[in-house]
Structure formats: structure tokens, C-alpha cells
Design a protein around this ligand. Structure first.
Ligand SMILES: [Zn+2]
Length: 253
């Protein structure tokens, strides 16, 4: 009787142990499932963050997200922050740089040319496709502050090449992610930022030889890839003329 009791106890003990073992296997499997599900959730959340409403709209219109073509190009949309000449956030949700497909391909080409010359350098894009709604707000602020019309395209006259996804604002980052010195800040509106009389700027001590060399490096790779520069802003490059843009492309509303 006593032995039978002990035997029963042993069986019960074994059953509990086995049951416990199965349970821990089940728990481990459940944890794994939870991990898989939460990883999937994180992924879908990330996708939601990556594609803003403006980005989805630009995607649907056929514009190309630069980082989708070359993820090594840095993008810091300056008008998505208040750290710009306007001092206000102009892009409510657009943190991605979009361009016309042909312009985006040129930019990737220019970036390759830069890396061939300086593997440690990379581009940082500050602005690209700019919807007309943003252009109107920028114009209002510029008008209010008495800024020159040379720097902000009048939306009543059809805007500028950014509004077609045909212009890009950018500079070069060094190996530490620091922008190369170009003699003025980005969006500095004055003759020190002009590109047509740079030798004079050097002679007058307004910019250094090295700063001029940095600008020439940026211009040389952009021009080799097919962009044109303008006389008033060292950071701005056009994919085509305004006339061609008006004939060939749509304004981004
Ligand atoms: Zn520009």
C-alpha cells in the first residue's frame, strides 16, 4: 500500500514535470510569435512614418524619392524645420526629397562622380520638389520681410523650377558628416553666395580659396551630370530651363 502510494506520487510528479516542460515550450513558442508579430508591426509602423501624405501624393504623380535611388545621399529638408530663412515650418509633413525621374537620375550620377573624386564625401539635399502651396507661403513671408524677388519665385507667375521637381538645393558633407565650408550659410541672400564673381570674393577676402575650391567641386560634379547652376545661389541647381519645364512638366500643386 505504501509502495503503491509512493508509485502514484512518482507518476503524478512525472506528469507535472512533463506538463511543466510542455508549458515552457509553449511559452517559448508564444514569445516567438509575439516577437514575429511585433517585428511585423514595427515594420508597418516604419512604413507609415516613411511615407507622409505629401510623399504619397508625389509618388502617385510619378516623382522619385531620391533616397529610394541612392540611400547614401543625406536628406535634411530645411523647410520641414523652422531652421531656415523664413524661420517657420513650411513643409507640414514632407521630409522626403522628390525630383522628376530624369533629375533624380542626374543627381545620383553627380553623387557617383563626387564619390569617385572623394570617396569620403557625400551629398546632403536641403530642398527638392516644392509644392505650390509651400511656394505661396514662402512668398508671403518673403514679401512681408521685404526680401528681394530674385530669391523667391513669385507663385502668381507660375513659381520656379523647384515647383516642377526640376531643381535641387544641396551641399557636400565631409567624412564626419559636417558640411564643407562654402563661404556662406545655405540660403544666405547676398553677393557672398553668388557664383558669378567668386574670384573677386576671394580677392576681397569675402570667401577663402578653399571655400571657392569646395564650391567648384560641387559645381563640377553637378554640371558633369547635366545640371546647370545659377548666379545667385551656390547651392541651387537646375535640371532644365524654366521654358522647358513649363512646356514639358506639370506644376506640383
Ligand atoms: Zn533652390
Amino acid at each position: 500500500m505504501r509502495f503503491r502510494y509512493l508509485f502514484l506520487l512518482l507518476i503524478v510528479g512525472l506528469l507535472v514535470a512533463c506538463g511543466g516542460g510542455n508549458r515552457s515550450i509553449q511559452v517559448a513558442a508564444d514569445q516567438q510569435n509575439v516577437e514575429v508579430v511585433s517585428a511585423a508591426n514595427e515594420e508597418s509602423q516604419q512604413q507609415e512614418v516613411i511615407l507622409s501624405e505629401s510623399a504619397k501624393r508625389l509618388d502617385s504623380l510619378g516623382y522619385v524619392n531620391i533616397q529610394g535611388l541612392d540611400s547614401t545621399i543625406e536628406v535634411e529638408m530645411i523647410y520641414a524645420t523652422s531652421d531656415n530663412f523664413v524661420g517657420e515650418v513650411l513643409y507640414d509633413d514632407l521630409t522626403e526629397a522628390y525630383l522628376l525621374p530624369e533629375a533624380a537620375e542626374k543627381l545620383v550620377k553627380a553623387h557617383q562622380l563626387l564619390k569617385e573624386k572623394h570617396p569620403e564625401y557625400r551629398f546632403v539635399v536641403y530642398d527638392a520638389a516644392r509644392p505650390m502651396s509651400v511656394q505661396k507661403r514662402m512668398w508671403e513671408v518673403a514679401k512681408k520681410n521685404g526680401w528681394s524677388h530674385d530669391y523667391v519665385a513669385n507663385p502668381a507667375k507660375g513659381g520656379g523650377l523647384h515647383n516642377y521637381g526640376a531643381a535641387v538645393d544641396l551641399t557636400i558633407l565631409d567624412e564626419n558628416g559636417v558640411p564643407l565650408s562654402m563661404g556662406t550659410a545655405f540660403d544666405y541672400f547676398g553677393k557672398e553666395a553668388h557664383t558669378d564673381k567668386e574670384q573677386e570674393l576671394v580677392a576681397e577676402g569675402k570667401i577663402t580659396e578653399q571655400e571657392l575650391a569646395n564650391r567648384l567641386l560641387l559645381r563640377s560634379v553637378m554640371k558633369e551630370a547635366g545640371f546647370t547652376s545659377i548666379s545667385s545661389e551656390w547651392w541651387h541647381f537646375n535640371h532644365c530651363s524654366r521654358k522647358v519645364a513649363v512646356e514639358k512638366y506639370q506644376l506640383i500643386e
